[in-house]
Design a binder for this molecule. Structure first.
Ligand code: GLV
Ligand code: MN
Ligand code: MN
Ligand code: MN
Length: 428
């Protein structure tokens, strides 16, 4: 009986590929850099316009829309048993500088389309279904990754930190949020915390951001775990001075300390002996930034990750020791060594994995189990809900650059697996 019901559903699950592609293309025009690159930073004008675009689509799909104090957006399809905890799906639409148009977006527009697919098929949810747009998955503006989902997960230290957090232009988080139409008041930050058992399940659809699915010709990646990310801010300070007049023995060059630390990061990562350990110095700034001035200040931001948390923590410890040693050797001061985040990995929930696997099978799609090396809002949703992720192939694994691409067929497969998974979880 239940088999025939689910077979009926499967044959009716069809994605409107043309309108979905059109939405992806239109969303990509809300960008501060020229196409094909996308740059959409938290609470900027383009971000606000993009949010409006999404809220409008949620409304057109018949979802009731609400926003929390930091702009996490929720679109709800009420189930026939609304007292049960809901099933949620979603991702982000902020885009790091000069990135592409699929990262995050596929999991937001794809989620709204998954709702449309279910509605067209005649499905009636028992548990309510919710689409979530998470605020600032990317750390671009305030240095904090997964800001919205981290706060939803109830991390009080973050709610406190946000009261005094400023961006690179010294604009406070609260002022920026206020200018985008969200809260200006620090007290409201606590209201973002999710109530216990808000969700019985959370599923995120995302491009793989790696080459495996495409290389192996597999349609669906079922994520079993998300690697543990960490990020660190470092500052060195020296005396600076005239690039011609100050002789080499008399210098304490903060820029060279940064250069040496960047190489030390690579060395410590490679020392782990595992290809799963990675480290990147993605930001390196010199002050005053003039060709004829010895850098008096340097600023590095270091990203390091591993599927093995302990091994990653060893790397962080080694980077710290190197920073101290380099400062002492070069006569500069290590004015800041701040671990911004040091997150544990997340493990997908067994019953969600089973629902994703059964859905892939029923849809006759090839799939494989894999880990996510990128982080996602799912890393934090896993703290408050059983979590799972669906990956789809992307061109050469490219991401965080303009060449990022996923075919509408692959996206459509992901949307169907998402729709069927949500249907199953809704009836559980
Ligand atoms: C997410 O964008 C990540 O950096 O993994
Ligand atoms: Mn990203
Ligand atoms: Mn992403
Ligand atoms: Mn700084």
């Amino acid at each position: 009986h239940s088999t025939s019901q689910s077979h009926t559903t499967v044959s009716l699950l069809s994605v409107e590929t043309q309108s979905l592609q059109k939405q992806i293309d239109e969303l990509s025009t809300y960008s501060d850099t020229p196409a094909p690159s996308v740059t959409r930073v938290l609470y900027t004008e383009k971000d606000v316009l993009a949010r409006r675009f999404i809220k409008n689509l949620m409304g057109l799909s018949g979802l009731s829309v609400r926003e929390d104090a930091v702009g996490n957006i929720f679109g709800r399809w009420e189930g026939y048993n609304p007292d049960l905890s809901a099933v949620a799906t979603g991702s982000h639409i902020d885009a790091i500088p000069y990135s592409g148009k699929y990262d995050g977006v596929v999991g937001v527009l794809g989620a709204i389309e998954a709702i449309n697919v279910l509605k067209r098929s005649g499905f009636k949810p028992k548990r309510s279904l919710e689409v979530i747009l998470f605020t600032s998955e990317e750390p671009t503006r305030f240095g904090i990754s997964c800001l919205g989902s981290r706060l939803m997960a109830g991390i009080e230290a973050l709610a406190n930190a946000l009261k005094t957090t400023v961006d690179g232009q010294n604009v406070s988080f609260l002022d920026a949020a206020g200018s985008a139409g969200y809260t200006k008041h620090e007290d409201a930050l606590l209201s973002v915390f999710l109530k216990k058992e808000s969700y019985s399940g959370f599923v995120e659809l995302h491009i793989e951001q790696g080459p495996i699915l495409e290389e192996e010709g597999i349609s669906i990646g079922i994520v079993t775990a998300i690697a543990a990310p960490a990020s660190i801010k470092v500052e060195f300070e020296g005396n600076g001075g005239h690039a011609g007049a100050v002789l080499m023995p008399n210098r304490n060059d903060a820029g060279l300390a940064a250069a040496e630390l960047a190489l030390a990061v690579e060395k410590h990562v490679l020392e782990s002996g595992s290809v799963d350990t990675v480290g990147t110095v993605g930001i390196l700034e010199l002050h005053p930034g003039a060709i004829n001035s010895i850098p008096s200040k340097s600023h590095l931001e270091i990203d390091t990750r591993d599927i093995d948390e302990e091994r990653r923590n060893i790397v962080i410890e080694k980077i710290h020791r190197s920073a101290i040693a380099i400062a002492s050797k070069r006569g500069v001061s290590l004015s800041e060594f701040k671990i911004i985040n040091q997150d544990p990995p997340a493990i997908s929930d067994k019953s969600i994995i089973e629902a994703m696997e059964a859905s892939s099978k029923e849809l006759n799609l090839t799939y494989k189990f894999m880990i996510s090396r990128a982080y996602h809002d799912s890393l934090f949703m896993a703290r408050v809900s059983p979590m799972g992720m669906i990956f789809i192939p992307c061109y050469k694994g490219y991401s965080h650059k303009p060449e990022e691409y996923a075919s509408i067929q692959d996206i459509s497969n992901g949307v169907r697996v998402l729709a069927l998974t949500l249907a199953k979880l809704s009836l559980q």
